[in-house]
Design a protein around this ligand. Structure first.
Ligand SMILES: Cc1cc2nc3c(=O)[nH]c(=O)nc-3n(C[C@H](O)[C@H](O)[C@H](O)COP(=O)(O)OP(=O)(O)OC[C@H]3O[C@@H](n4cnc5c(N)ncnc54)[C@H](O)[C@@H]3O)c2cc1C
Length: 254
């Protein structure tokens, strides 16, 4: 099946909640009251301040839950590397039989008919071996060792807004993998239906920072996006002795 992403649930009125949480820090008043009195223009102003200042802890109060189907195990292996502000429940290959599951073909393989045919044959061969092992009484949890990473899987994914900003900035980078970028594009489209303002904060890291810090820059932005050292070059050119002296001053004040 093709990749499917559906927003299952989300924090109601996420911008108002973030604004109230931020405002509460500077007012001796309950968040209950703030939720009542904050006008839309106050919320908009507070949200701008939150993102401009980078005080993103209040974005942790907002979360989104998605049903995701038809993605590869390659993709989920990358997703599960994220450790904070994220919850994942994934279809088990121990308890389900995936003999009839589909598989994902990357666009670089799909565009070449020979590569595509060889790839399909390889995946089918692995699936045939999986079924052969099952027919000999090998349990799913052991037969799965022969499955390709291309095999499709399903998950429920919950992210808080702060982690989503981080994941999007890293994993939607044009140097990241196409399938992961496709997933994040769909997630952003779903968030846009709830809050166009929050969706605007989902930008790849170079668009957020104004420079690229990758060792090898993507072809798409080469020559168009400044390199990190072009933007903060003057700071880098300061002799390290300058920093050593500052550190020594700070140490001596201890
Ligand atoms: C283009 C690309 C290529 C990659 N290539 C590789 C690769 O070759 N090999 C590989 O192993 N991985 C690779 N990764 C995965 C990457 O290194 C991260 O492991 C993964 O993206 C998880 O992100 P994170 O570490 O920011 O974790 P998250 O859980 O998203 O953490 C968010 C932030 O919280 C903080 N944080 C989280 N946990 C801790 C902690 N325990 N201690 C202190 N601070 C913490 C960090 O500031 C972190 O950035 C790649 C990622 C990208 C985008």
């Amino acid at each position: 099946m093709p990749m499917a992403v559906q927003l299952l649930s989300f924090t109601p009125d996420p911008e108002l909640l973030m604004a109230a949480a931020a405002h509460l820090c500077y007012r001796d008043v309950s968040a209950v009251e703030l939720l009542d009195v904050l006008a839309p223009h106050d919320v908009g102003r507070l949200i701008d301040i939150i993102f401009e200042s980078g005080h993103l802890s209040v974005a942790e109060h907002v979360s989104f839950t998605f049903a995701i189907d038809g993605v590869s195990r390659v993709l989920t292996h990358q997703l599960v590397r994220h450790r904070v502000g994220i919850a994942i429940s994934q279809q088990s290959q121990r308890f389900t039989n995936v003999a009839a599951a589909g598989y994902v073909t990357p666009p670089t393989i799909e565009k070449d008919p020979d590569a595509s045919a060889a790839y399909a044959a390889g995946v089918q061969q692995a699936l045939a071996l999986y079924e052969l092992l099952q027919s000999k009484g090998v349990p799913n949890e052991d037969a799965r060792y022969v499955l390709p990473q291309a095999i499709e899987t399903r998950l429920v994914l919950t992210l808080n807004m702060r982690e989503l900003i981080h994941i999007y900035s890293m994993d939607a980078c044009l140097r990241s993998q196409a399938e992961l970028r496709q997933l994040l594009a769909r997630i952003r489209a779903a968030i846009r239906t709830v809050s166009p303002r929050l969706a605007r904060e989902l930008r790849i890291k170079c668009f957020r920072a104004g420079y690229c810090d990758e060792t090898r820059m993507c072809i798409e932005l080469k020559g168009r996006m400044p390199r990190k050292d072009e933007v903060i070059g003057s700071r880098q050119r300061l002799p390290s002795k300058y920093y050593e002296r500052l550190e020594a001053e700070l140490d001596s004040a201890l």
